[in-house]
Design a protein around this ligand. Structure first.
Ligand code: IMP
Length: 201
């Protein structure tokens, strides 16, 4: 069936961004909710790739349709890649990001600028009814700041500083963030792959 794509997320913020970027595919992109699917998917993969594939495959098997999913997070080099695939679960799923961000700043106390390097990573996976899987990966490099800055964005954005722009991703306009972000990059690559798929016989 090639009349829609289901995106395996319950996050409306992500959905908005994704619909915007995939608009010119001229095929509806619907959320799990819009597709009437309720499924608890256990993300027990060991990498962003594994987790994205687990989610996309689960929804594609359930529906027999093409499904997209993403997995993303923040990797801090000084902390050996933490929080990484545990970014959403770091210090507990229900802990506020204000507390999580303050904790990360504390763990980097006294660490000089050049050792505060970090990146946001996003992996997109598409699972097709015939069993095929495609993944794409996008990253954005930055540094962990010394305090929270900015009111836009979400999660770790207020402490993710972009030296080139002299601001955090939380201080960027949404359009600019989409242009530069890990998710935007992974999604634009995925769009090209989906265009090829739509052209197949
Ligand atoms: P998931 O990809 O929905 O499993 O969650 C990834 C987690 O990584 C989010 O809950 C955020 O904590 C963090 N994260 C991913 N992308 C961003 C971003 O663009 N800004 C801030 N935090 C992010």
């Amino acid at each position: 069936m090639r009349d829609r794509i289901i995106f395996a997320t319950g996050n409306m913020g992500k959905m908005k961004e994704i619909k915007m970027i995939l608009e010119d595919l001229n095929i509806p992109v619907v959320s799990m909710k819009e597709a009437g699917i309720t499924a608890e998917i256990v993300e027990d993969g060991k990498s962003f790739e594994e987790n994205a594939i687990i989610k996309a495959k689960a929804i594609s098997s359930l529906t027999g349709e093409v499904a997209l999913a993403d997995d993303s997070g923040l990797e801090i080099d000084y902390l050996n890649g933490e929080p990484g695939i545990y970014s959403a679960r770091y210090m507990g799923e229900d802990t506020s990001y204000h507390i999580k961000n303050a904790n990360l700043i504390k763990r980097l106390e006294g660490v000089p600028d050049e050792e505060r390097t970090a990146r946001f990573v996003c992996v997109m996976a598409a699972a097709f009814p015939d069993g095929r899987i495609i993944t794409t990966r996008g990253t954005i490099e930055g540094r962990i700041g010394y305090e929270e800055r900015g009111k836009n964005g979400f999660g770790y954005d207020p402490i993710f500083y972009l030296p080139e722009y002299q601001c955090t991703t939380s201080e960027l306009e949404l359009e600019k963030k989409n242009e530069l972000s890990h998710r935007g990059k992974a999604l634009r690559q995925m769009k090209e792959r989906l265009k090829e798929w739509l052209k197949e016989e």
